[in-house]
Design a binder for this molecule. Structure first.
Ligand SMILES: Cc1ncc(COP(=O)(O)O)c(C=O)c1O
Length: 367
């Protein structure tokens, strides 16, 4: 076919390097240890699984497109106005929706240099220009972000805590960022890992959304609630932003099984507490083990660590990845984030963490 007559995508789309998810298979391993996608170690609440199963006979019905019951439950458990909550098929959908609603060709979308990859990908998809802002010590730098704001800036995305670095901004720093932004710029605080954070100076963003018209908080059921396969996320928004997103989103963008499982998951506060306690125990344990092996870490507050491997090709991150994979352990390479010396490793079960720590010790000794 003549290239001139072939359909052409909108400008920016062919600049996108497609997002590549974490691997799920390791050759030779029947049940690999999967530490590549930050899925929760303990799996979903049995009550969420039961709610999902109970819907099997009803899947010929459309879901409740307003997600009213889930929004009511989220509102009750978090002290929020359900009218200001918008649900989506994972927070990925909500990131894309925000971009479609508030950015387009000629606009700039800011994100911190090692921020979540869906921000630049989503920005390019709507024809906007993603602007990567330098960080300090692999942490978002408020002054640097404010210095990069221009008349064209429409959205600032901050994952807090950030994936893949595991670092976070305190509530005060986030408030300082917000105070420095023009009121027409959306501050999107992506708190996908909020439930794991165990720091007194952290706040997921609810306070800022409550008092500002230009702040949106994004949350997901894929991480601590362990429902990644169902695709469910939510946004807490100023009323005007919720109204805009509701006009643009698909009318049935969240499936009925996802809604049912999400409601049961939020109500199972015991399962949430167990998942938090598990991370509180194994995140420091694993971080200390890696530090003892001489591997520098960024201090993570989420359910994963970012480990830096030596420059030596025998001990590099790539070599470690291959070594671990040969033992049936899947971790995440970080080249796509511009961190080729690092591997990101999710906190799994206690047994999995003992296995991966021992394997990394073998790797460092054998190399
Ligand atoms: C910071 C951040 N935001 C959003 C997401 C996407 O989550 P979801 O599964 O809800 O689309 C992830 C998933 O890794 C993430 O790390």
């Amino acid at each position: 076919m003549d290239a001139k007559t072939a359909p052409q995508p909108r400008s920016g789309i062919l600049d996108i390097a497609p997002y590549i998810g974490g691997e799920s298979k390791a050759a030779g391993a029947e049940r690999p240890i999967r530490l590549a996608s930050n899925e929760s170690a303990l799996g979903p609440s049995p009550k969420a699984v039961a709610a999902y199963r109970a819907l099997a006979d009803e899947i010929h019905r459309y879901p409740d497109g307003s997600a009213a019951e889930l929004r009511a439950v989220l509102g009750r458990h978090n002290g929020l106005d359900p009218e200001r909550i918008v649900c989506g098929s994972g927070s990925d959908e909500l990131i894309g929706l925000l971009l479609r609603c508030y950015a387009g060709p000629g606009d700039e979308v800011l994100y911190s240099r090692h921020g979540f990859l869906m921000y630049p990908i989503g920005a390019k998809a709507v024809g906007a220009t993603p602007v990567a802002v330098p960080e300090k010590a692999l942490t978002a730098d408020v002054d640097s972000i404010l210095a990069h704001v221009t008349d064209r800036t429409r959205i600032v995305f901050i994952a807090n805590p950030n994936n893949p670095t595991g670092t976070y901004l305190s509530a005060d720093e986030m408030a300082r960022l917000h105070a420095g932004l023009p009121s027409n710029v959306v501050l999107a605080i992506d708190a996908a890992y909020a439930e794991f954070v165990n720091r007194n100076d952290y706040e997921p963003g609810i306070g800022l959304v409550n008092r500002a018209d230009n702040v949106v908080m994004l949350r997901t059921f894929s991480k601590i609630y362990a429902l990644a396969g169902l695709r469910l996320g939510w946004a807490y928004c100023p009323p005007a932003v919720a109204d805009v997103m509701n006009r643009v989103r698909g009318p049935f963008n969240v499936t009925a099984p996802a809604l049912a499982a999400g409601i049961a998951a939020v109500e199972d506060v015991g399962a949430l507490a167990r998942a938090r306690a598990h991370n509180d125990r194994w995140l420091p344990w694993f971080s200390e083990r890696l530090a003892a092996l001489g591997l520098p870490l960024t201090p993570s507050v989420a359910n994963f660590v970012l480990a830096e491997f030596p420059d030596d090709p025998k001990r590099s991150a790539d070599a470690a990845f291959e070594f671990l994979q040969s033992r049936g352990i899947l971790t995440r390479k970080m080249g796509a984030y511009g961190l080729p010396k690092h591997l990101r490793i999710t906190i799994g079960t206690g047994e999995e963490m003992e296995t991966v720590a021992a394997a990394i010790a073998d790797f460092m000794e054998s190399a």
